[in-house]
Structure formats: C-alpha cells, structure tokens
Design a protein around this ligand. Sequence first.
Ligand code: CAA
Length: 379
Amino acid sequence: MPYTITAEQEMVRLMARDFARRELEPLAARRDREELFPADVVKKMGQLGLLGMMVPAQYGGAGAGAVSYCLALQEIAYSCASTAVTMSVANLSTEPLLKFGDEQQKTRYLFRLAAGDLLGCFALTEPGAGSDPGSLQIRAQDKGDHYLINGTKVFITHGAYADVVNLIARTGPEKGNKGLSAFIIEKGTPGFSVGSREDKMGLRASNTVELIFEDCRVAKDNLIGRPGLGFKIAMSALDSGRIGIASQAIGISRACLDEAVRYARERKQFGRSISSFQAIQWMIADMATSIEAAHLLSLSAALKKDQGVPFTKEASMAKLFSSEAANRTAYLALQIHGGYGYVKDFKVERLYRDARATTIYEGTSEIQRLVIAREILRD
Ligand code: CAA
C-alpha cells in the first residue's frame, strides 16, 4: 500500500508534535511520579481539535480523519503515553454517537465532546467480563418511560474526570452478547458514582477507576441506537479504538528508539561509544524496522477507515503488531541503557512500564489474533 501523507495530515502531525513537546514532555515524568491527571492540558487538546478528530465539522469536530488521528496520537504518545490514552479514549467515545446516535444526541453531545468542553469515556469492562464482554452483568431494566441501571464497571480510563459515559448494559433476557444496549449517561445523574482508583504499574498520569450504578435512572433518550445493538456498537467503537492504541504504542516505540540512540552515542565502554558495537547496532536496527512496520500497518487500517470500507482485521493487526513491538522496543531500549535504564531518573524506565498496557487493553494480543483469524476464516 504505497501511501503518501498529505500536506494537511503532515500539518496536523506537526501541530500535535509542537503541542506535545511544549505542554506534555516537560511535565510527563512528574505527572507519572505523582499520578497527576493533566485535566488542564486535556482541555487545550480539545481546543486544538485533538479530541474529536473523527467528528465532522457539521458537529463541531476537526473532521481530520483516521490517518491524521494516527499521526497526531503518535506524537502525543511520544511525549506522554498517559495523555495519549486519554486522547484515544476521548476520540473512541465519540464513535457510538457518530455511527449510531440520533440527530438530537449528536447535536447535544458531539459539539462539546469535540471541543473538549465534555470529556467522554467508554464503559464496557466489568470484574467478570474483560476479554468476553458478552458475559457482562450490569443491568438496565426497562421501566416504561426510563431505564434503571444497577451494576459496576471497572478499569474505566479517565472515568473520574469524564463528563459523559458510553455505557454498555444488559437490557434483554438473552444470554451472551445478545440483549446488550448502549447508553450515554451524564456525570451527576443520581445513582451514578465513581468508585475506587487503580494503582497501576504504568500510564500513571491516566486515571483508571470503577464506575458504580445504583438504581440509576436514565431517560429513554439516552439509549444509543436501538435495544440489543449494544455489543455491535461496542465492537465497532473498539475497531476505531484499536487504531488509537496502535498509534499510542508506536509513539512509545519512537521515544524508546530516540532514547536508546542518544544513550548509545553518549555511553562509552571499552574506550568507545557503545553505538559502535554491532550488538547495539542490531538492536537499534530491529527497533527501527518494527516501528516502520507498525506505522505502515496502522496507516493501512486508518486509510481503510477513512475510505469507509471495513477495517476490523486491519485495526486488530495494527494493534497486535504495534503493541507487541512497543514491548520489544522498550525492552531493548532499557537493555541498551543497562543499569541506568532500571532507575527512575531515566525516561526508558517509564516507557517500559507504559508500553506494558498496550498488549492488554482494548483487547489483549490473544483477542486480536482471534479477531484476525475469524476475519480470514469466516468465508
Ligand atoms: N463490528 C460490528 N459488529 C461486530 C464486530 C465489529 N467489529 N465484531 C463482532 N460483531 C458482531 C458480529 O457480527 C455478531 O453479530 P451477529 O450476532 O448479528 O452475527 C456479534 O457482534 C457477535 O460477534 P461474535 O460472535 O464474534 O462475538 P463474541 O462474543 O465471540 O466476541 C470478541 C468476539 C472478538 C472476542 C469480542 O468479545 C472482543 O473483542 N473481546 C475483547 C473486548 C475488549 O477489547 N475489551 C476492551 C475493553 S475497553 C478498553 O480497554 C478501553 C479503555 O479504557 C482503554
């Protein structure tokens, strides 16, 4: 797939890069150390159009498309992977409304989500339903003129800071992935509260919490699409989300490579720079090659999305390859740093921890392989 980035896409990348280097990079280590969610910075990202990149101009978004999104997210992740997951989930949270919302819902929420006046999150996972969201338990009972929601969601990215939640809950008696529905629910709705916060290994400046629903009464207007569409809405949002996580992983990998090259040039052992050793050169070559491959895979998925053709398989391939590559790249970057890579003074220590989540959330590597194989074998 020979593909040339357009001048407009390059402009978006440079804008994100400039923003990330100025606003994220200087504070990223401190935010990680102190678990500071960058709420002020996220607001600015909204003003720059980075939170509603797929939202068309008619609903106040940047309408920039998935390729621009990939490029911008890589730049944000390069400087701060925690902020990148916030950007990824904020963009993901516009997808259910964009594809399945009615006109009133789109007008009510998309403008403000795209502008960063509202921050959206995505609540699918439960304590007993991770890779298998079809087994989720949270109930939304149809009470005639409203739904009554009871249950708990876990591992919700920036859940404590979100103004609206895309919630997937069980409305029907059907088992498994049938009988699920999607809702948009505003913070402050009685019966909806934020539970405990996860103390994570990495991505520590991104907030991860439980969301609790206790007799939470939600108007019928808050249903996205029709009852029973919840699983498909979630899966289709995750297709887009996986392009985001691939891009986050690539941004982390690029930062790992730059740190490794800089250190390898500076560090002297046996009387010469360690970059002159073939063992180090091969590591650098492997890192750079996997980054290029991951980048092309993610562009291929994004291009398909922009062209409006199915991209489920390509998104999973991009997510699988980029996240595994990020872990390998972080491992090699740390290895090149030797003992210094294992201490918190050096950036690779954070990158190594941040990379680890990418093969897990928005579908583990094992789930991506399952999706890819199903897409290939289904005909
Ligand atoms: N788009 C639209 N529809 C889809 C779809 C997609 N990508 N994938 C499946 N569907 C549809 C199917 O066509 C099928 O429809 P019919 O019933 O009409 O035939 C229906 O959904 C059920 O599909 P499956 O039988 O394939 O469903 P399954 O129960 O076997 O599950 C799975 C498939 C791929 C394993 C899926 O459950 C999955 O992706 N699991 C991983 C979940 C995940 O990624 N969780 C991440 C949590 S969110 C997160 O991490 C966010 C964050 O904050 C960072």
